[in-house]
Design a protein around this ligand. Structure first.
Ligand SMILES: C[S@@+](CC[C@H](N)C(=O)[O-])C[C@H]1O[C@@H](n2cnc3c(N)ncnc32)[C@H](O)[C@@H]1O
Length: 278
């Protein structure tokens, strides 16, 4: 395994149990069925269309709350992630919820070799997923290879413009400044901060992690250059975590929006692209 993947695997392993226990993921109510869908999947339910009977894979599924939701919408789901501690939580959650989901430990770039080519109607990903991959064009090849003709990629992701903003400066003086690369770079962004993106009582010590930004055009072209057709590309003025702490307001449904003039910034996007038949 490449060094960046080893570093990131250790990072996600160190966060998985705390995420599963956090109020943000609200796992207990999801398992009991009091909440049928995660906020992330509920947000996009109108855009997903019917998933009944589809063969689906959730890439970078983490603890599997969105995977479980897609399963409840009728897809036969597989979840893929490189973090064994995340998959341990995902398997437990599926078992306790009584959903039949297959979880596989693998890297995204190995997904076609591990899962098989051309066998999925749905490849789902997002919300802090593709940023852990160094090469978005290679990701596009993986997506294309997993899909059978007529199948779709569905993703909601933090907007690359949001990821270019300096969140420390935004917290300190309220300025929304583009400080980090918008486009994919060779060198990763190295983060060593404590804590995580959901509130948790646990102290999570610093854990090195490596990420990359991918411009919207780079993501789209990774798919379009392989014959996929973009059916939907919607940019949103909200994002499902407090991405700029201290500067955002919770607006319900797990969504957060800049408190001051949110129209300045695309916060996230939903993308649906299909591999044509024939
Ligand atoms: C921020 S989490 C995704 C969160 C997910 N959308 C959710 O809300 O639960 C990122 C996940 O990507 C996984 N990951 C990172 N790099 C990966 C890779 N190269 N291959 C497979 N999974 C990877 C991590 O293990 C982690 O579980």
């Amino acid at each position: 395994m490449e060094e960046y993947a080893q570093v990131n695997r250790a990072h996600w392993d160190s966060r998985a149990a705390a995420h599963a226990a956090s109020a943000g993921y609200d796992v207990a109510r999801l398992i009991s069925g009091e909440r049928r869908l995660s906020d992330v999947v509920a947000f996009d339910e109108p855009r997903l269309g019917s998933l009944e009977g589809l063969e689906g894979v959730h890439m970078q599924c983490h603890i599997g709350t969105d995977t479980l939701s897609l399963s409840r919408l009728g897809a036969r789901m597989h979840g893929l992630d490189l973090s064994p501690a995340s998959l341990e939580q995902a398997r437990r959650i599926a078992r306790e919820a009584g959903e039949d989901i297959t979880y596989v430990e693998a890297q995204v770039y190995d997904a076609p070799a591990v899962l098989g080519e051309g066998r999925f109607d749905l490849v789902y990903t997002g919300i802090g997923a593709i940023g852990w991959l160094p090469d978005i064009d290679r990701w596009g090849a993986v997506v294309r290879s997993l899909l059978r003709p007529g199948g779709m990629l569905f993703m909601r992701e933090g907007h690359p413009m949001l990821f270019a903003i300096d969140e420390v400066r935004a917290a300190a003086d309220g300025l929304v400044c583009a400080e980090y690369p918008y486009f994919e770079t060779v060198e990763p962004f190295v983060d060593e901060s404590e804590g995580t993106y959901v509130e948790t009582a646990e102290h999570l010590p610093a854990s090195r992690n490596l990420s990359w930004n991918h411009g919207l055009g780079e993501v789209v072209m990774a798919l379009v250059s392989r014959g996929m057709v973009v059916e939907l590309l919607e940019e949103h003025d909200s994002v499902p975590w407090e991405a700029l702490p201290g500067r955002m307001l919770g607006i319900g449904g797990g969504e957060w929006r800049l408190a001051d003039r949110p129209e300045r910034l695309a916060h996230s996007y939903t993308l649906r692209a299909r591999l044509p038949r024939g």
